[in-house]
Design a protein around this ligand. Structure first.
Ligand code: HEC
Ligand code: HEC
Length: 544
């Protein structure tokens, strides 16, 4: 096997604060069935380590062109910092803790519908918009041309026919359990190292789509076209013994690009497995002041707690500028609308106002696919497959899925678990609370005290979770802190417990035990906890 090109080849020295590129020998094992000859150890990972404190550009990153903000008064700012202060004692819940999304909290329902409710503070006159948005989220698209005008344009390559097929019941996806299980709700993102730099984004790590397979592996295609490949996954079980003797089995996935239709992918292909995340509370996360997220960043770990936290900065196609990334598992999108638009294009092959390409994700090398019939006609649906109104309605829907109320928050075991979570450093990343912006035209998200348990920052999670595929300035070991609100309800909503970016964890304890890197100390503390305290920690997670 030839040695992969060194990372520094892709890091031309620049005057800006430049990252140190390290090579990690570790890697996600990448196998391509039928061609075992190349790249058994993935792309030697490209790691970016900031060498200078991030100060110069942060004023730019605070820009929030997606929001119509009423600035906070001084008096409000004072009240907010008092409300956001961490608790000093744990014998009773804090005020408002039971309503994690403030007035956008819905009552808990013990069924599969728990994530599908609209925010109760949504004005009545917008209920119809929510319902139409829901219909677009569930709509099954078909190939063009079709008599079903208004729903055609799917593909030619796609991963799913509807948003809802991946975000199952507005909850999350899962990995295929066996060769015959559905792989619809999980996907592989693809890239190869190197490509044009983005000088506007410090520490940007250049990557390009695979020259043939593009930025995402589509494992489905319309009749007459070849699906690109099949996502293969095999498992190895690894036991972890906890203090007191309990053994938890982790399953470590190995991914493969099986049956590639157009020959072997690039030899340095980087692949990132992802399952669709839960859809609740997203509008509130979009309305958290960027300045408050940036204030939590500590890229050089100046407080010495072992936890750094870096803001993701991405290029926004919607606003044509760098912005704070918030959505996606490496926070690769700045807004919900942009995330939805890229899903229409990449996951379903549908052109839309932000990405007006009817051929979807077909690469230049896939000429027949680029020449396929389009679902767009002049004068119909804005000349696109998904018109502006539909994109806006599905974005509105995605912003307004309510967060269920907490359960059992005054149970002594839950309170003990909360105390442990604060004590061992879970909340250093899973930041409990924010207050959202006051917004002119979004009463549903405006000025709410929310408890999402995320800092919206990127953290190095260690080798075990690394995908070794950079995305904008996130490196191959970094992930956005997952919000923990509603996390334990996923089994109830979809019938499958599935945690972490690729759904490898089958229980909350497995999810914790995969934590490494900056979270290694917190994970080790959990292993060492007396069994009743460990139970209490899980009980707290289950109450969120
Ligand atoms: C093929 C499966 C699939 C389909 C279809 C799909 N998504 Fe997703 N969705 C994902 C995955 C995977 C992610 C995580 C993306 C990433 O990390 O880049 C995601 C992320 C998101 C997020 C961000 C959530 C968060 O916590 O940051 C939103 C919003 C979203 N999708 C909305 C939609 C909408 C709207 C549609 C339909 C237009 C859609 N998705 C279709 C798989 C899918
Ligand atoms: C250094 C930051 C950090 C610390 C400390 C940390 N986490 Fe996490 N946590 C993350 C990140 C990042 C993810 C997402 C990882 C992924 O998707 O692969 C995550 C994911 C999770 C998940 C899975 C969520 C989901 O949606 O699938 C749970 C549960 C969780 N953390 C609980 C905890 C608990 C409990 C602690 C304390 C013992 C803790 N975390 C400490 C950063 C952290």
């Amino acid at each position: 096997m030839t040695r992969p090109v060194l990372a520094r080849d892709f890091f031309p020295a620049s005057a800006s604060m430049r990252s140190l590129a390290l090579l990690l020998a570790c890697g996600l094992a990448l196998t391509v069935s039928g061609s075992a000859a190349f790249a058994e150890t993935a792309s030697d990972a490209v790691r970016a380590v900031p060498v200078a404190p991030e100060t110069s550009d942060t004023a730019e990153w605070r820009a929030e062109p997606h929001l119509d903000i009423v600035p906070r008064t001084k008096a409000e700012a004072g009240r907010i910092s008092a409300v956001l202060a961490p608790p000093v004692e744990f014998s009773a819940p804090e005020p408002f803790e039971g309503k994690p999304a403030g007035a956008a909290t819905t009552r808990f329902i013990p069924t599969a519908e728990a994530f599908s409710q609209f925010s109760p503070n949504m004005p009545v006159e917008r209920e119809m918009d929510f319902k139409i948005g829901n219909a677009i989220f569930r709509k099954l698209w078909v190939g063009a041309p079709s008599s079903t005008r208004g729903s055609d344009g799917l593909g030619p390559l796609y991963n799913a026919r509807a948003c809802q097929n991946c975000h199952v019941k507005d909850g999350r996806g899962h990995l295929p359990e066996g060769p015959d299980d559905s792989r619809v709700s999980a996907l592989l993102r693809l890239s190869v190292p190197g490509g044009p730099d983005r000088p506007e984004i410090p520490d940007y790590i250049p990557t390009s789509p695979d020259p043939v397979y593009g930025g995402q592996l589509q494992d489905l295609a319309l009749a007459g076209f070849l699906a690109e490949a099949r996502m293969g996954v095999t498992w190895t079980e690894e036991p972890v013994t906890l203090a007191g003797g309990e053994v938890v089995h982790l399953r470590r996935p190995t991914y493969a690009v099986e049956n590639p239709a157009h020959g072997a992918p690039h030899p340095y292909l980087q692949i990132s497995p992802r399952v669709a995340p839960q859809m609740i509370g997203l509008g509130l996360l979009e309305a958290v002041p960027a300045a408050d997220i940036l204030a939590l960043a500590d890229p050089g770990d100046s407080d010495g707690d072992g936890i750094s936290g870096r803001p993701q900065i991405v290029w926004s196609s919607e606003f044509d500028r760098p912005m704070l990334g918030r959505f996606g598992l490496k926070a690769g999108n700045a807004t919900i609308r942009e995330q939805a638009a890229s899903a229409f294009l990449g996951d379903m092959g549908l052109s839309n106002p932000l990405f007006p390409f009817a051929f979807g994700e077909c690469s230049e090398a896939q000429a027949d696919c680029r020449a396929a019939p389009e679902g767009q006609e002049t004068g119909v649906r804005d000349g696109l497959e998904v018109d502006r109104e539909s994109l806006d309605l599905v974005s509105f829907y995605s912003r307004n899925l309510a967060v269920p109320a907490r359960r059992d928050l005054d149970d002594p075991q839950v309170l003990r678990g909360k105390e442990i979570a604060y004590g061992i450093g879970c909340t250093a990343c899973h930041n409990p609370k924010f207050v959202t912006h006051r917004l002119q035209d979004q009463p549903e998200q405006s000025f709410q005290l929310i408890w999402p348990y995320t800092d919206m920052l990127l953290h190095d999670m260690g080798e075990g979770l690394a995908d070794n595929r950079p995305e904008s300035r996130a490196d191959g070991r970094e992930w956005r802190t997952a919000p923990l609100w509603g996390v334990s309800l996923n089994g109830q909503v979809t019938g499958v417990e599935s945690y972490l970016h690729d759904g490898r964890a089958r229980s909350l304890m497995e999810a914790i035990l995969w934590h490494g890197g900056e979270a290694q100390a917190a994970r080790d503390s959990v292993v060492d906890l007396p069994a009743p305290d460990r139970k209490a920690l899980v009980a707290w997670l289950q109450s969120l």
